[in-house]
Design a protein around this ligand. Structure first.
Ligand SMILES: C[S@@+](CC[C@H](N)C(=O)[O-])C[C@H]1O[C@@H](n2cnc3c(N)ncnc32)[C@H](O)[C@@H]1O
Length: 197
């Protein structure tokens, strides 16, 4: 049941390094699209003052997440929630921070719209929305590898694809987030840190 993704094992430490100084010392962190669960257990073990709420619409993913948490004996991770970012009502009312890695390019654009709207709903003023993944900037891919990845995604599903940073920023602005802090990450990915105003 426990699944592994080589990319998650590679990027979890750089993501944690970006998150650590930007998350509150305590509170509830909602992760959207937790996937295998390798990220959430890594973050929760390193940040014991926080409680983590993982989620994923896939039952297989939720089983993997819960299995990783059980195996590591972590007391600060809740059972994974069934949460579709594009769904109308999220099964959680409040969180102090929302994280989402590598989802909005592997889902229809409606998932990005729902993610930003849902995060705006659950976060208090000053709450953090953290996004990680590849983005186009000013209409261009930032690396040939991202362009090839984008082609591959669109062949798998025409509704998928590497998103434009400016389009995501515009969605966020419409929902009451300020301009993001942008951090260049390994392998041509970006961290975007939005604050709810
Ligand atoms: C590439 S995996 C990323 C997993 C993990 N966040 C990571 O970075 O390793 C994409 C995940 O997005 C989830 N997903 C797809 N559509 C979604 C949606 N509409 N709402 C929330 N999660 C979604 C999938 O079930 C899958 O677990």
């Amino acid at each position: 049941m426990r699944r592994e993704a080589p990319a998650a094992a590679r990027n979890r430490q750089p993501i944690l390094d970006a998150l650590r100084p930007r998350l509150p010392a305590e509170g509830l962190v909602l992760e959207i699209a937790s996937g295998t669960g390798e990220h959430v257990v890594h973050f929760a073990a390193a940040l014991p003052g926080l409680t983590f709420q993982p989620s994923d619409p896939s039952a297989d993913a939720r089983a993997s997440i819960d299995d990783w948490v059980r195996m590591q004996g972590l007391g600060n991770v809740r059972a994974a929630l069934a949460l579709d970012a594009a769904g109308d009502a999220w099964p959680i009312e409040r969180a102090d921070a929302v994280l989402c890695c590598n989802m909005i390019h592997i889902a229809p654009w409606e998932a990005a719209i729902g993610l930003i709207a849902g995060a705006a709903h659950v976060l208090p003023a000053g709450g953090t929305l953290y996004l990680y993944g590849p983005y186009r900037r000013e209409g261009r891919h930032t690396a040939p590898s991202n362009e090839a990845f984008d082609r591959d995604l669109r062949q798998r599903d025409p509704a998928w694809g590497v998103r434009d940073l400016e389009a995501v920023m515009s969605l966020a602005e419409d929902r009451g987030f300020g301009p993001p802090e942008i951090i260049d990450m390994p392998a041509n990915n970006l961290s975007l840190i939005f604050k709810r105003t």
